[in-house]
Design a protein around this ligand. Structure first.
Ligand code: AMP
Length: 146
C-alpha cells in the first residue's frame, strides 16, 4: 500500500497550515465542513493521528474517531432537522477516496432528497460559515484549547 503522505490536505488542516470551517475538536479528532458538500451540513471527521484510511489506521484511533462521529451525527441531525444521517468512508481510489488521510463523511439526509453528486463545485464560504455556527451551537462546541 502507498505510504501516508504527511502533506495531504487534511494533514495540513490538522497542523493549521490550511484553513477549515471547524465544528468540533478534541485531543484526538477534528471535524470541519466539507468544502464541496454533497448535502447541507456535510461534515468530515478525522483523527489527528496519521493514517491513510481504514486499511492502515491504528485500531486505537477508531474509538475516539467514532465517538466524535456519533457526536457530529446527532449534532447535524438536530441542527438541520434531518430525517436521518449518512456516515460514509472510502478506502483507496478504487472506492472513491480522493484525500488520503482517513476521514468519515457525516451527512444529514431528508426523506426524498437525493445526495448532490461530486460536482467539484465549492460551497459559498458564508453559507458554510453559518452552517458551521449552527452545528457548533447545537453540540455546544466553543473551541478547544488543548
Ligand atoms: P473522499 O472522496 O472520501 O476522499 O472525500 C474527500 C472529501 O474532502 C470530498 O468530499 C471533498 O469535497 C472534501 N475536501 C477536499 N478538500 C477539502 C478541504 N480543503 N476542506 C474541506 N473538505 C475538503
Amino acid at each position: 500500500m502507498t505510504a501516508y503522505d504527511p502533506n495531504n490536505i487534511f494533514a495540513k488542516i490538522i497542523r493549521g497550515v490550511l484553513p477549515c470551517e471547524r465544528v468540533y475538536e478534541d485531543q484526538h479528532t477534528l471535524a470541519f465542513m466539507d468544502i464541496m458538500p454533497q448535502g447541507d451540513g456535510h461534515v468530515l471527521v478525522v483523527p489527528k493521528s496519521a493514517a491513510r484510511n481504514m486499511l492502515d489506521v491504528d485500531p486505537a484511533a477508531l474509538g475516539p474517531l467514532m465517538t466524535s462521529v456519533q457526536k457530529l451525527a446527532k449534532g447535524v441531525k438536530a441542527a438541520f432537522d434531518a430525517d436521518g444521517v449518512a456516515v460514509m468512508q472510502f478506502n483507496e481510489s478504487a472506492s472513491g477516496q480522493t484525500v488520503f488521510h482517513i476521514h468519515m463523511h457525516v451527512i444529514p439526509r431528508w426523506e426524498g432528497v437525493p445526495l448532490r453528486g461530486h460536482t467539484g463545485a465549492m460551497a459559498d464560504p458564508d453559507l458554510l460559515k453559518s452552517q458551521a455556527e449552527k452545528i457548533r451551537k447545537t453540540i455546544g462546541f466553543n473551541g478547544w484549547t488543548g
